[in-house]
Structures are given as structure tokens and as C-alpha cells.
Design a protein around this ligand. Structure first.
Ligand code: SAM
Length: 242
């Protein structure tokens, strides 16, 4: 398996050159026209948090024809992306070729202190299916507490990185035990206001492969079932601080 350094040392072939030219042309075209995919626009600066195999950010990059406005992050290291996911490294490579900045080892609970992210502000910050991994049974108190802590940390850090007027999106499964995570209550306590809740359909994002991301079945999908995207904004009283 390739390391990050092997990957950086790849030598361009003629085919790569043609592909690069094609992507550059796509970029120029898409810079002229704004493209929308569901809630997301090619003009928005978007931060993706807790990516699995990076197929969600890549799906948007393909829809936009460019990824220059995108920053995609994982908690996993680059090497772990290769070990855990069959398409992970290819997806990262394609994102980077399209102009996306890909960062690894980014902890959602501390990301506002990240050396690069702390210098940036985003129109959209997106975390699909936050989950700490299957450490205890899904319904157990310990597991719920850990997931609540992750949500709280993410929301507090996203609040520091979102632009005035921007939105923080959490896509979350509905029903028990997920409704015990108190997503909306946590967000409101932190100073975020719920704007909208919209049903989430995986098929709206071609190529997106939601991942369990933990243990021997890291590369397997989980059943999305009934899920929603929760959109939060800064409460108006917080806007002057941003
Ligand atoms: C259920 S998976 C979903 C993965 C991906 N978002 C998707 O939709 O396929 C949960 C993700 O949260 C990530 N994660 C867990 N704790 C995290 C943390 N503290 N900071 C950032 N990501 C975290 C895991 O690495 C994993 O990728």
C-alpha cells in the first residue's frame, strides 16, 4: 500500500496530462456558472468533517466540476484511509486533482484550534453521521454519552469556524437511540439556532458510500433508514462575536 510520500511522488503520464487539462477546463467553466447540488453550491466554501472514504465530498466535487472551494477532513490518517476503505485513497487523489484541500487527523472536537482551519471561515460545515465508533452497544449509556460528547465538541468548534450567515449541517439518523443524543438541545445551548430539518436521501449524492468506519467492517455501509439533515445557524445574539 502506498504511503503519503509515494502518493506525492507520482509521475505524470500523458494520460494524466490530458486528464489534468480536462479538469482545468471543467474548473474554468464551473467558475463561470454557479452549480447547485441539494443544499450546496459551487460558490460556497464548504468544510467536510469526519469523512469516511471521502465519497461524499467527492460526490459534490463532481457535481460542481471543481473542488477549489472545498476542504475535506478525516480523523483517520492518510495511511488508515488506505487500510480501512477500498476506494479511500482513489477518492482522496481525485479530490486533490480537482483542487480540494484534504486534511487528515482533524478532530471535530478541537478543529477550531487546527493550525490551518483556525485561519479560515466557511459558508457550510458538514458532518454526516457523527459517531465515535462501536465501542459499547449502541443503546448503552456509555455509547450515547460518548456520541453526545462528540456532537457537543463538533458543534462548539463549528460555531467558531462558520461565517456570519453560514450554516452547520449534521446528518443524523432518526429514532431510538439517536434521538437520545439531544442534537437540537445541545446546539441551542451552544448558541446555534435550528433553521430547518430536511429528510436525507443518500441517492441524491451519486457515488456517496456511507461507511461504518470502525473495526473489521470499516468499509461496509450501514443502513441509513430514516435520516435527516439538521441545519443550524448562529443565534443572532452571537453574530457580532463572529
Ligand atoms: C459513522 S462514520 C460516518 C463517516 C462518513 N461521514 C460517512 O458518512 O460515511 C463516523 C465518522 O466519524 C469520524 N469521527 C469519530 N470521531 C471523530 C472526531 N473526534 N473527529 C472527527 N471525526 C470523528 C469517524 O472517523 C468516522 O469517519
Amino acid at each position: 500500500m502506498g504511503t503519503r510520500d509515494d502518493h506525492d511522488d507520482d509521475i505524470d503520464t500523458d494520460d494524466d496530462y490530458d486528464d489534468d487539462q480536462e479538469l482545468e477546463f471543467e474548473d474554468e467553466e464551473s467558475a463561470k456558472t454557479e452549480k447547485w447540488k441539494e443544499h450546496y453550491s459551487s460558490r460556497q466554501r464548504i468544510l467536510f468533517v469526519g469523512e469516511g472514504d471521502f465519497s461524499f465530498s467527492l460526490s459534490l466535487a463532481k457535481a460542481f466540476g471543481s473542488a477549489h472551494n472545498l476542504v475535506a477532513t478525516s480523523l483517520d490518517s492518510y495511511d488508515n484511509i488506505g487500510k480501512k476503505y477500498s476506494n479511500g485513497l482513489n477518492n482522496v487523489m481525485e479530490l486533490e486533482e480537482r483542487g480540494c484541500l484534504v486534511l487528515h487527523g482533524v478532530d471535530a472536537k478541537e478543529m477550531s484550534q487546527h493550525f490551518f482551519l483556525k485561519t479560515q471561515r466557511f459558508d457550510r460545515i458538514v458532518y454526516n453521521f457523527p459517531h465515535v465508533g462501536f465501542l459499547y452497544p449502541e443503546n448503552s449509556h456509555c455509547q450515547i454519552q460518548l456520541n453526545k460528547r462528540l456532537l457537543k465538541g463538533f458543534l462548539a468548534n463549528a460555531k467558531a469556524l462558520v461565517k456570519k450567515g453560514g450554516e452547520i449541517h449534521v446528518t443524523h439518523k432518526e429514532g431510538d437511540p439517536y434521538n437520545k443524543w439531544d442534537l437540537v438541545k445541545k446546539a441551542e445551548k451552544i448558541g446555534l439556532a435550528l433553521q430547518q430539518v430536511v429528510p436525507f436521501f443518500k441517492d441524491n449524492y451519486p457515488g456517496y458510500d456511507n461507511k461504518r468506519a470502525h473495526g473489521k467492517l470499516s468499509d461496509a455501509s450501514f443502513l441509513v433508514g430514516e435520516a435527516s439533515t439538521y441545519k443550524f445557524k448562529l443565534q443572532t445574539s452571537n453574530i457580532c462575536n463572529n
